[in-house]
Design a protein around this ligand. Structure first.
Ligand SMILES: Nc1nc2c(ncn2[C@@H]2O[C@H](COP(=O)(O)OP(=O)(O)OP(=O)(O)O)[C@@H](O)[C@H]2O)c(=O)[nH]1
Ligand SMILES: [Mg+2]
Length: 285
């Protein structure tokens, strides 16, 4: 039996830990068992119970205090993640061997982990070896997406995680509840974007011809291959949370192995008295 995982990624402060807490609450409400693993060695506190915490293995503060390493906060974090990748038996032990379980991994916010460092990919490969089906969940703060060039930069960040990890990925715009009505209207065009017209609208201000050409090529690539789409995430909207969860479940085929219920036989269906009456009247006339 497979196991299921969501790798919750995204830039610093994009709402990863809040997403995990919201998902856990939602799943409890619909009677589904989901657990969270904290993979952020710098996390101070979180609003959900954790099944495992990387800080039991290594803490950023300890790394920074180590005089032989002399790391700052960012280098320290990368060191911690690499340390975890060299000690996967800790994670294996913490996760146990429960079939059919569903785990959210709350990852750190350092963007370089998803763009060029190999650690997250090593983690994905390891999880896959333990029979996990992994879905990347890439979060971007909707507050920073309401302008075309910021949107393109968010798309590129999501895309580099997709290319690096090579797993199904669902991209999410978080904090939708914080947008004012005008910004909400504005953001609709970014949820189903037409990159070409967006480009036309905004490239007028670009002085450099080369830069305009490059932006056009990037927009064309994204649009032609339908590579990146974002789903809205409003933590106050249960229905919206459910739609996001269904998308993710679908991408990792969660529930595929659940027992299939036979549809009712056609002739077992209760007859509709209105129809019977109608046909009786027809036959009589
Ligand atoms: N109103 C609102 N606030 C949010 C939402 N998601 C996150 N926040 C707030 O945004 C801040 C950062 O959220 P976190 O969940 O800690 O973000 P994170 O991505 O885990 O941050 P790091 O782990 O530091 O990278 C917190 O103050 C949250 O309360 C949301 O959907 N709505
Ligand atoms: Mg966090």
């Amino acid at each position: 039996m497979p196991r299921y995982a969501q790798l919750v990624m995204g830039p610093a402060g994009s709402g990863k830990s809040t997403y995990c807490a919201t998902m856990i609450e939602h799943c409890q409400a619909i009677n589904r068992s989901v657990q969270v693993v904290n993979l952020d060695p710098a996390a101070e506190h979180f609003n959900y119970p954790v099944m495992a915490d990387i800080r039991e293995l290594i803490q950023v503060d300890d790394v920074m205090e180590d005089m032989s390493l002399r790391f700052g906060p960012n280098g320290g974090l990368v060191f911690c993640m690499e340390y975890m990748a060299n000690n996967f038996d800790w994670l294996e032990e913490s996760l146990g061997h429960v079939e059919d379980d569903y785990i959210l991994f709350d990852c750190p916010g350092q963007i370089e982990l998803y763009t060029h460092l190999p650690v997250m990919r090593q983690l994905v490969e390891q999880l896959q070896q333990w029979e996990f089906r992994v879905c990347g969940v890439f979060l971007v703060d909707s507050q920073f997406m309401v302008e075309t060039f910021k949107f393109i930069s968010g798309v590129m960040a999501a895309l580099s995680a997709m290319v690096t990890l090579e797993i199904p990925q669902v991209n999410i715009m978080t904090k939708m509840d914080l947008l004012n009505p005008k910004a909400k209207k504005e953001i609709e065009k970014y949820l189903d974007p037409d990159m070409y017209s967006m480009m036309e609208d905004n490239s007028v201000g670009l002085r450099s011809k080369k830069f305009r050409k490059l932006t056009k090529a990037i927009c064309g690539l994204i649009d032609d291959y339908s590579m990146v789409r974002f789903m809205p995430f409003d933590r106050t909207d249960e229905e919206g949370i459910n739609i996001v969860l269904q998308h993710i479940d679908f991408s990792i085929q969660y529930g595929e192995d659940l027992e299939f219920k036979e549809p009712k036989e056609l002739n077992e269906e209760p007859s509709n008295p209105d129809f019977d009456e109608f046909f009786q009247e027809k036959a009589d006339s």
